[in-house]
Ligand binder design. Structure first.
Ligand code: HEM
Length: 566
């Protein structure tokens, strides 16, 4: 028997070769076209036939926890794909998932007559048993896929109110304090409870927010704010280097990047500088930054504590989490008051951030604006800091890519002063470098959806309402999807290859990350200023080990050296 990767390659390659036009030869390392049609099969196989990763979901979960494998969850998933093929499921032997609301209404035909799961054959009581079974097993009952073609199938079945998994402890805080939920927490599913039926609310709030947060017109307005913070970061680095006799600086940039992203996103959201890039930020800013840090740190362990038990199992953890959110909400409150005062003084209005625009437009109630802006504050910090850290590291150990991007930046600038959005649009290689980073180091290791209709994935029937995850980490490193996947090669995104459904780090469709443009432009402006000013090197070129700590992070941040370019 060969190593696990070979175990998967053989059947998968067989399947993929069936997708090729007849007579077409492909080298054994060439990945499949992204959306190659699935091999035509006579009849889809039942859900139960999907390879299963463990006999017992709770036991698997317990083993993961005992062996401290949660931080390696992305690697566990990757190994499962190598062992079981491009689709596998977790959960009980019987498809207890069939208690989903969509499923209950399903009749025969298509996938619905499979394996004797239809309502007609089980009857009402059996179905109730199945439903409670599903609720017990909760989130760990799911189907995992990794090929772009399956991701496409899944997103086609997401309906007009696409649903993801929610974060229990964040919702619990909103309920405890009687706060509204922002879009991140609306229309989600939680372990052990049925789908939250607030899709309409999510959709109407999302459509209003899109205009200021993700539309090209909205993005153009906050670009100068992000640019100013990126320039300040460069000034800070120059100041530090000037104090150093060696004319260079070797540092672990982890916490500086955290400060940069919080400063930049806060400025775009609230129109106020926190002063985090000064040598000694004021006490209030310090409180805010440590609240965001605490909220993120306490979220991960709380993810694995069943609902209801949360506040009793580890009271300190729970208290810290709630206090951190309270501080973050207080900060949003204060910013709202400042903006109102400005309005009352009748000062001529100029653009002063996303929240001010939402307040002036008054399309959303005040408590919804506050809820969403607070979610954006939480969502916009380490999600953006980590890809920046990984990009700097990859550029440091791939100097030819670094040089090519620096050349592109110089060319973009040589065209004279232009609108920032135009400058950014003239740097495709820099943009591809970020895509390449997110391929190898996606912030979230999966994207989830609950299809609203029965769907066929890899020729298996998956009932509506089943939690389905696209394994982003595993896809990014799969030789079936990317040639030489371990190579950092931004050019791959600029080739003529079909890349559909391969870049999913921000999710997809109507529910994709609303902060996507904010994050992308913030990262591009940061890298543009940093690379134009400094040559980056790394102390070690060895691969970085990663851990999953709510988001994907380096186990040990790399040491980077900055040398000013004269
Ligand atoms: C590199 C940085 C980032 C990455 C990789 C990222 C990734 C993601 C992903 C994968 C989703 C789920 C999308 C889906 O289900 O299809 C998401 C949702 C979301 N993100 Fe981000 N994100 C980033 C930065 C940000 C920033 C800066 C903000 C703040 C504005 C933000 C706010 C949100 C919100 C509010 C949602 C929920 C959207 C909804 O449910 O309608 N993210 N993000």
């Amino acid at each position: 028997m060969g190593p696990p990767s070979q175990l998967w390659k053989r059947p998968a390659q067989r399947r993929l070769s069936r997708c090729l036009p007849s007579g077409a030869a492909r080298s054994s390392t060439a990945p499949a076209p992204a959306l190659a049609p699935a091999p035509a099969a006579a009849r889809p196989l039942p859900y139960e036939a999907i390879p299963r990763s463990g006999r017992n979901a709770w036991l698997s979960l317990y083993r993961l926890w005992r062996s401290n494998s949660f931080p390696r969850f992305h690697l566990v998933m990757q190994r499962n794909f190598q062992r079981l093929g491009p689709i596998y499921r977790c959960g009980p032997r019987a498809a207890g998932l069939l208690g989903s609301p969509a499923r209950r209404g399903a009749g025969r035909g298509g996938c619905s007559g499979m394996a004797g799961f239809s309502r007609t054959r089980h009857g009402g009581r059996a179905e109730a048993r199945i439903l409670s079974h599903r609720e017990t097993v909760g989130t760990y009952n799911c189907v995992n896929v990794l090929l772009p073609r399956d991701a496409a199938q899944l997103f086609q079945s997401e309906g007009i109110f696409p649903r993801r998994m929610g974060i229990e402890s964040w919702i619990a805080h909103r309920q405890l304090r009687n706060h509204k939920c922002g879009i991140f927490l609306l229309a989600v599913s939680l372990a052990g409870s049925p789908a939250r039926r607030n899709g309409e609310e999510w959709r109407s709030d999302r459509l209003i927010l899109n205009k200021e947060v993700i539309s090209p017109a909205g993005t153009r307005k906050f670009l100068p704010f992000l640019n100013a913070v990126a320039q300040d970061f460069v000034t800070l680095m120059h100041q530090r280097i000037s104090k150093n006799t060696r004319r260079s600086l070797t540092i672990d940039l982890y916490s500086d990047l955290f400060r940069f992203t919080l400063e930049a996103s806060s400025y775009a959201l609230y129109g106020e500088r926190l002063g985090l890039l000064e040598e000694s930020p004021n006490a209030e800013s310090q409180r805010f930054i440590s609240a965001v840090e605490t909220m993120l740190r306490t979220t991960l362990p709380l993810l694995f504590i069943p609902p209801g038990l949360m506040r009793w199992v580890n009271t300190k953890l729970w208290r810290d989490h709630i206090e951190a959110w309270d501080t973050i909400f207080k900060h949003a409150d204060k910013c709202i008051q400042n903006i109102y005062q400005e309005f009352c003084l009748g000062q001529p209005r100029k653009y002063s951030g996303i929240m001010a625009e939402l307040l002036v437009q008054a399309e959303l109630p005040l408590d919804s604006i506050k809820a969403n802006i607070t979610e954006f504050t939480a969502g916009g910090v380490d999600t953006t800091a980590m890809p920046l850290l990984f990009t700097l590291f990859e550029l440091a150990r791939n100097p030819s890519v670094q040089t090519a991007i620096r050349r592109e930046i110089a060319e973009a600038e040589s065209q004279g002063p232009r609108e920032l959005s135009k400058v950014l649009n003239s740097m495709p290689l820099l943009k591809s470098a970020l895509k390449e980073t997110l391929r190898l180091y996606p912030v979230g290791i999966t994207v989830q959806r609950y299809p609203t209709k029965d769907v066929v994935l890899q020729n298996y029937c998956v009932p509506a309402g089943t939690l389905c995850q696209v394994g982003l980490y595993a896809m990014g490193r799969s030789p079936e999807v990317f040639s030489n996947p371990e190579r950092y090669d931004p050019m791959r995104w600029l080739s003529k290859e079909d890349n559909s459904f391969k870049a999913l780090a921000f999710g997809f469709g109507a529910r994709q990350c609303i902060g996507r443009r904010l994050a992308e432009t913030e990262m591009m402006l940061f890298l543009m200023h940093v690379l134009r000013n400094f040559r980056i090197d790394t102390v070690s070129k060895a691969d970085i080990k990663t851990v999953f700590g709510f988001i994907l992070m380096p186990e040990k941040p790399p040491l980077l050296t900055f040398r000013p370019i004269d």
